[in-house]
Unconditional design. Structure first.
Length: 418
């Protein structure tokens, strides 16, 4: 186990595989091939620069041409109405479906070609990916399980991801997902912009929110499997397929600071008010992908975990607001404290920029009348992917939204002036 966030790691599955003193020796040990995987531009400042050197049985370049498999861009709908939208959780597929085939894009923002924005998708898988791998050229992938563990095989180690954990596979890293519990469902977020990193902490100080040591990276692992292996690549919104004459998981050793990781959300060190008022939800930022404008995120991954509420003379649930940022929300388990119903684990909601939202009537009435003793919100884990780019719902998402979400904000009593 290797821990830390974007530290420099060095690992070898076979002693002697990792070269010392140089990245690309003339003849790496055992005839391995040296290959650099760049997560940032070569010339990115050192504090931003992320790359890893791989030492593998064959170069990843050795593959036949890709053929078009599916045009996900065609699934984009025209700009959606500015209405708030919400979705029930998906059901399980009727026929055995592996993780990759089960990924269903719901929301897109930004542009893969411009290296901006994000995609929010759900998955509901019932079969292992066997002799089949996926590589995403459009962005890094954040996996957010709701039910069932994921065994994620990657070029840079294997990791098991449980519900209440999240995992990240860097852009360009080949990976496959197997299902130790037989089936699994959850969310997948593709971040097309700058790499996710821990947010600056400002006056919070050196500790708090997500701590670097809780990000776990896996040691080198490989398989020497010469069965035909399908490799599907996502590139500029389309899926392409090719067949390798071997497993792509043949990296025997690697070193660098670009690697998959797993993070346990229960380790999040939640901050909040100890006097009055409700801080902006940015206080719950786990990871941020900055845009070119300081303070304006391409994508923030924000967590609403169990936490104590102690604010005096304060409406404690999230307040009513309209936001210049666009908010996609999911629920891992439990119940989100701003809604009395209609938002189930595995469901999704969208509040695009300037869409007024906040608590529903039942939550507002209850919170307005509550006795303000210290109270623990212990209902579970909700998350948000907030972006400066407005989201477009896919055609599937538009056709499957709840028909009556606006009713959550109907029937508020009118304020009575003196
Ligand atoms: Fe909001």
């Amino acid at each position: 186990m290797l821990t830390g966030f974007a530290n420099h790691f060095a690992t070898e599955a076979v002693p002697g595989a990792l070269p010392h003193g140089r990245n690309s020796p003339q003849r790496p040990a055992f005839g391995l091939y040296a290959e650099q995987l760049s997560g940032t531009a070569f010339t990115a400042p050192r504090s931003e620069n992320r790359r890893t050197w791989l030492y593998r049985l064959r170069p990843s370049a050795a593959h036949p041409p890709y053929r078009l498999a599916l045009d996900l861009v065609a699934n984009h709908a025209p700009p959606p109405p500015p209405n708030r939208l919400r979705w029930d959780p998906r059901g399980w597929p009727d026929a055995p479906t592996d993780f990759h085939d089960s990924v269903l894009p719901m929301l897109h923002c930004g542009d893969a070609e411009a290296l901006t924005g994000a995609m929010v998708a759900t998955y509901a898988a019932t079969a292992d990916m066997d002799a089949r791998a996926f590589v995403n050229a459009d962005g890094e992938t954040l996996l957010i399980p709701v039910e069932g563990r994921l065994d994620v095989l990657t070029e840079l180690g294997r990791m098991t991801v449980h519900p209440r954990e999240v995992a990240c596979v860097p852009r360009g890293v080949r990976h496959a997902v197997r299902l130790p519990d037989g089936r699994a469902r959850g969310y997948l977020v593709e971040n097309r912009g700058a790499l996710f990193r821990l947010p600056d902490l400002g006056p919070i100080g050196a500790n708090g929110l997500a701590n670097p040591r809780d990000f776990v990276t896996s040691p080198a692992w490989f398989e020497d499997d010469e069965r035909p292996y399908e490799l599907v690549q996502k590139f500029m919104g389309k899926l392409w397929t090719t067949t390798l004459d071997r497993s792509p998981f043949d990296v025997v050793a690697w070193h660098g600071n670009l690697a998959p990781w797993v993070y346990d959300l229960t380790r999040f060190n939640t901050m909040g008010t100890v006097s009055y008022d409700h801080p902006d939800p940015s206080i719950y930022t786990v990871l941020t992908s900055p845009s070119d404008t300081p303070g304006r995120a391409n994508a923030d991954f924000v967590l609403f975990p169990p936490r104590w509420l102690v604010g005096e003379d304060t409406f404690r649930p999230p307040w009513f607001h309209r936001n210049v940022m666009s908010e996609a929300m999911g629920l891992i388990d439990g119940q989100y404290d701003a809604k009395a119903g209609g938002f189930a684990p595995g469901g999704l909601s969208l509040h695009n920029l300037m869409s007024g939202h906040g608590p529903d009537v039942a939550t507002w009435e209850k919170a307005s009348a509550a006795e303000l003793k210290p109270h623990k919100v212990d209902g579970g884990y909700a998350f948000m992917v907030e972006s400066c780019w407005p989201y477009r719902a896919t055609e599937y998402a538009l056709n499957h939204a709840q028909p009556d979400y606006d009713a959550a904000w109907a029937d508020f009593p009118k304020a009575v002036l003196p």
